[in-house]
Design a protein around this ligand. Structure first.
Ligand code: AGP
Length: 589
């Protein structure tokens, strides 16, 4: 996914565009560029790397322009593949994937058109340019080109010499906004937030034309259309890591507050309709990706244990193509920090089409997922800047565990309280003060295993993902009891093992796996609330967690794993906030 911006107004465009791109860097940051129009002439600058590489362009002339920060899909991350892309008088920025780009490009090349990049986006520039030369109308040219595309797109398009920006949206988020200082286009609200402006959320198939007269919205037939107006509040202050070196470390420190703020009071009137549905729910389906998928696995464990509600957790990109069976009285829960993950949105849409009610658990108000859902249970983790999800995972668990407890209550069953979890999370952070000392055992690892059973396995999966995505070390989260069925062959003194044993009923079984890997030379690191295990002789180092409801233990046991990943990432010279190849919100499939 990428971030796109556009501006037309009375102020110099370059600073507006670059400031907007800085707020969208969470969407991708392998290259960036802007195009500016000054006295009808277009100038384009692009650089490999972060938006900061464009600092020199802040003084460029022009009060109209577009900009882009990239997460490479087609074509390596380099200057020639960076956006904006030009063809003739047309210049565009694109977020999405054009799935039929190869055939369209071949047709353009057969007509003698030369390409300067390896991207799918440049194909759109060629199509628009061809139609623009014929019709001379930019809006109609963009519509005509969009009609040939298969896939997803959010475009902002300029034509040299014309004082307008044309936008189009299909399956990639795009908003337009207007205010006293001009008109704007952006991938999300954060990039245009400012007092007195009004934003409009484009829907799939919509077009927009931005001029000095303001914003015009059109449907797929180019008929004028009205969209939800979102009054923008004061500009969000630039996120600040404060006393911390990285946002990720700050956000781990915010876990207790995120949990505290996210535990919902489901007795509130605003949740009465949802609770009625909960009482009728016979099946739970959870669809999510990455970390959110892991929080769904944690929810399954708790919902089936306490409420005895059959719960199916699906990786959204699998669910959306699996023609899922959705029985009557199924409630589908879509979990997504950003609320913009393409696979999760598609899975959620499919669940609705199959007759399920849809509950969104997300951290971003006004996100696409909140607009799709029948019900919303927000997490209140606060803005999460680090690409690696941390506090948002704990916040998702706070919401999902409360939901599991409410489901249990609705069935006259035991419903453990979550009340003490924020304090226990605070205590856990205190007890993790020495995690950094584990780092040397991991720096040179060939691979790392995270082991657990039951709820511990869910936390192990999340711990493994954290380590992989910010240290680039191979790692695997694994069912402790499954190791001996093959994967144990990989274990030796170069494969440190992190074992989680937070459920007394399963802890001794997990320790069997600890003995097995210890016997093969692996250094073992244990996360447990049980003193007797904490001092086990096979363990190189361990963290003694505070006691909590075992089924809720991932909300605590993940904290040392988040910190471990952070310290190992630093030791290996990585950037834990912006790891390579990744982005915070994956709005393409
Ligand atoms: C987690 O650390 C990753 N950043 C990634 O797996 C993420 O959880 C996934 O892309 C889902 O994002 P979402 O919660 O915004 O839908």
């Amino acid at each position: 996914m990428c971030g796109i911006v556009g501006y037309l107004g009375t102020a110099p465009a370059a600073p507006v565009l670059i400031d907007g791109l800085e707020k969208l860097e969470y969407r991708g940051y392998d290259s960036a560029g802007i195009a500016l129009m000054s006295e009808g002439k277009l100038a384009v600058v692009r650089r490999k790397g972060r938006v900061a590489e464009l600092a020199f362009a802040r003084t460029m002339q022009g009060d109209l322009g577009i900009g882009h920060t990239r997460w490479a899909t087609h074509g390596a991350p380099c200057e020639r593949n960076a956006h904006p892309h030009r063809c003739g008088k047309i210049c565009l920025v694109h977020n999405g994937i054009i799935e039929n780009a190869a055939s369209l490009r071949a047709a353009c090349e057969a007509r003698g058109e030369a390409f300067s990049s390896d991207t799918d986006s440049e194909v759109a520039a060629h199509l628009i340019d061809g139609l623009y030369r014929k019709e001379g109308d930019l809006l109609r040219a963009v519509k005509g080109a969009a009609g040939q595309l298969v896939g997803s797109y959010a475009f902002a398009v300029l034509a040299e010499g014309e004082r307008q920006i044309v936008c189009a949206r299909m399956h990639s988020p795009l908003i337009v906004a207007e205010g006293a200082d001009g008109v704007f286009a952006a991938s999300d609200l954060a990039a245009v937030q400012a007092e007195g402006r009004t934003a409009y959320v484009l829907e799939d198939g919509d077009f927009a034309r931005l001029t000095d007269g303001g914003v015009e919205l059109f449907d797929g037939a180019l008929s004028p259309v009205a969209r939800e107006a979102v009054p923008l509040g004061c500009e969000e202050p630039a996120p600040d890591a404060g006393a911390f070196r990285h946002f990720m470390r700050k956000e781990i420190d915010e876990v207790p507050q995120a949990v505290q703020n996210s535990i919902p009071d489901l007795s509130k009137p605003e949740f009465s309709d949802l609770c009625k549905v909960l009482c009728q729910t016979q099946y739970l389906h959870i669809v999510a990706c990455g970390t959110a998928y892991h929080s769904g696995l944690c929810m399954k464990h708790a919902a089936e244990l306490f409420a005895r509600v059959p719960t199916q957790v699906s990786i959204a990109s699998e669910y959306r193509y699996a023609d899922p069976i959705v029985p009557p009285r199924t409630l589908t829960i879509a979990v997504s920090q950003s609320g913009e993950t393409a696979d999760t949105l598609a899975a959620a849409q499919l669940a609705k089409e199959k007759g399920s009610r849809l509950l969104a658990v997300t951290n971003v108000a006004h996100s696409s997922l909140t607009r799709l859902a029948d019900f919303v249970l927000p997490t209140h983790a606060g803005r999460e800047v680090g690409v690696a999800a941390t506090k948002s995972f704990n916040a998702q668990l706070a919401v999902l565990y409360a939901l599991a407890a409410r489901l249990a209550l609705a069935r006259g069953r035991r419903a453990p309280t979550l009340a003490g979890l924020p304090t226990l999370a605070e205590e856990t952070l205190v007890r993790c003060g020495r995690i950094g000392a584990w780092t040397p055992y991991f720096q040179g690892a060939r691979s790392v295993f995270f082991l657990g059973r039951g709820a511990d396995r869910c936390a192990a999966l999340e711990g493994s993902l954290k380590l992989k995505e910010i240290s680039y070390l191979p790692s695997e989260g694994y069912a402790a009891g499954e190791l001996k069925h093959g994967t144990l062959a990989l274990v030796d003194n170069a494969t440190p093992v992190v074992a989680l044993a937070c459920d007394r009923a399963l802890a001794d079984k997990t320790m069997n796996a600890v003995h097995e890997v210890y016997a093969r030379g692996a250094p073992v690191f244990l996360v447990t609330p049980f003193e007797e295990l904490y001092h086990a002789r096979e363990v190189t180092a361990s963290v003694l967690l505070p006691r909590c409801e075992p089924a809720f233990s991932p909300i605590l046991s993940v904290i040392p794993l988040q910190l471990l990943a952070y310290h190992v990432s630093l030791a290996l010279g990585r950037d834990p906030d912006k790891p390579r190849n990744l982005a915070k919100s994956v709005t393409v499939e």
